[in-house]
Ligand binder design. Structure first.
Ligand SMILES: Nc1ncnc2c1ncn2[C@@H]1O[C@H](COP(=O)(O)OP(=O)(O)OP(=O)(O)O)[C@@H](O)[C@H]1O
Ligand SMILES: [Mg+2]
Length: 338
């Protein structure tokens, strides 16, 4: 049975641009799907198609069991949306914005006011509640827009980059709000640029690029595909980059990336702190002075780089079993593919 959000073969073109090129998604009820991808990947377009704002060229779309193309009004009544760009009324105060949404959903005036107060509090906007939204900062507008999407509690929610532009405290606050929502049974599709965010919130992640889903799985599964942690080293002397790179290659599970201007080298590893200590000893024994060294988890950039690499190989070999390749094999193939 399809989940609370379901897309099959979703295609949308804008002139020559194939914004969505056959996307399949299936989000089980009461779970969070993180849609991850770089700028222009097609995330917003997918959200707009699923929320009835944009008509796709083709594809089957179901939201809350309703056919998005055939029953758009019913779908609209079952969903909440917080778009990428805050859609608040500039000339109303924060409180009025929220009350208006409540009234649009036929709440009684008193209930709409109580709900608005509650959300203003929760979203740290109580102090600014009676100022017009045009005096709000970017992060405040964003929060007001998110609060507006939560005035009623629809069974299915869409949030397009909800935390972009929020400071760490408010980002944390929103994560808590989202966790509460989901524990209450809401199904959520959330787009984000941050793997860390998907990590905290999403049960499943779909990575999109050029309008296609290029990988899906849990955060742990994606990171494992990316080769676990990274050792990052900043060497003191530019002249030591080459030799440090050689050392890291010996410890790494993949290619070393080098940022010349910052003298920073990064390599995927498995083995954690123990391995880090070995790397330090080896660099030291070769007389390489280090400004900074550390172990970090993969970023979206790492996942993405590694996934697009994999994708090219899978296409070339068409068997998808490339896990036994050495980094050198992969590098050669990547070069050959250029
Ligand atoms: N209304 C439109 N007219 C023409 N092209 C569009 C339109 N909307 C989106 N596109 C194009 O479709 C592609 C996907 O855009 P989309 O906004 O879905 O990306 P995104 O993944 O949300 O990116 P971002 O991270 O920057 O928000 C891009 O190439 C974009 O230029
Ligand atoms: Mg977008």
């Amino acid at each position: 049975m399809p989940g609370a959000i379901y897309a099959e073969g979703l295609v949308k073109t804008f002139g020559d641009v194939k914004a969505l090129d056959g996307v399949d998604l299936d989000v089980p009820e009461g779970t969070v799907l993180g849609l991850l991808g770089p700028n222009g990947a097609g995330k917003t377009t997918a959200v707009r198609c699923l929320t009835t704002l944009l008509r796709p060229d083709s594809g089957k779309l179901l939201v809350a069991g309703l056919d998005v193309l055939k029953q758009p009004n019913e779908v609209r009544r079952s969903i909440g949306l917080s778009g990428q760009f805050a859609a608040v009324d500039e000339y109303l105060t924060g409180r009025e914005n929220l009350q208006m949404v409540g009234q649009l959903y036929q709440m009684k005036a008193k209930a709409a006011k109580a709900r608005a107060d509650q959300l203003l509090d929760q979203f740290n906007l109580a102090d600014a509640a009676d100022r017009t939204a045009k005096t709000y900062s970017g992060g405040m507008r964003r929060r007001l827009d998110l609060a507006a999407a939560l005035v009623v509690s629809p069974p299915v929610m869409f949030m397009d980059e909800p935390t972009t532009g929020l400071d760490p405290r408010n980002r944390q606050m929103l994560w808590e709000v989202i966790k509460q929502l989901v524990s209450g049974g809401t199904t959520l599709l959330l787009t984000t640029q941050y793997l860390e965010e998907a990590d905290h919130l999403a049960h499943d992640i779909a990575v999109v690029d050029h309008g296609r889903v290029i990988a899906r799985g849990t955060s742990d599964q994606l990171k494992a595909r990316t080769g676990g942690e990274r050792v990052e080293v900043v060497v003191h002397e530019r002249d030591h980059i080459a030799i440090a790179s050689e050392v890291l290659l010996g410890f790494g599970k993949g290619d070393t990336t080098v940022e010349e201007h910052t003298r920073k080298l990064t390599v995927p590893v498995t083995g954690g702190a123990k391995l880090l200590a070995e790397v330090i000893r080896e660099l030291d024994s070769r007389g390489i002075e280090i400004d900074d060294i550390g172990l970090r988890r993969p970023t979206l950039d790492d996942v993405f780089l590694s996934l697009t690499g994999h994708l090219a190989e899978e296409k070339a070999e068409d068997n998808g079993t490339d896990t036994n390749q050495t980094p050198k094999d992969r590098k050669q193939k990547k070069e050959a593919a250029k």
